[in-house]
Design a protein around this ligand. Sequence first.
Ligand code: SF4
Length: 155
Amino acid sequence: MNYLQYYPVDVVNGEGTRCTLFVAGCTHQCRGCYNQKSWSFDAGVFFDQAMEDQIIRDLQDTRIRRQGLSLSGGDPLHPRNVERLLPLVKRVKTECQGKDIWCWTGYQLAELNQQQKEMLAYIDVLIDGKFIQEQADPSLVWRGSANQIIYRFSL
Ligand code: SF4
């Protein structure tokens, strides 16, 4: 898996101060996509063990207290990305007590396959669905178009 961007301190992608990872790769091809360069799975740089360890350390850092981790993209729930993200989200839940995980995906909750659903056990807030330009609304919070749904599983 590649990633495009990692923000160790972020206050715009989810509630509170967060760590945010933008993964590479998305096949939804939404018209009006805000970040078309994220579609390629080869964009950005390789997500290696050192990067995973860095995220865990940042979440454990008590000098700048983060509420949790945000996963965006690209699509974190594309099967190719799920494979690499599962070990990360498992570590967040076991090694970073009390941190929440937010995830943005172009898939709808109801269409997730078994492998993608494995991620749901670790995700606290899921924002689902493609970006639909005709339903775009800048006044919406945490989502770009009205069709997208915010699921709060454990908050
Ligand atoms: S799901 Fe997101 S990243 Fe993928 S094409 Fe749609 S808006 Fe772009």
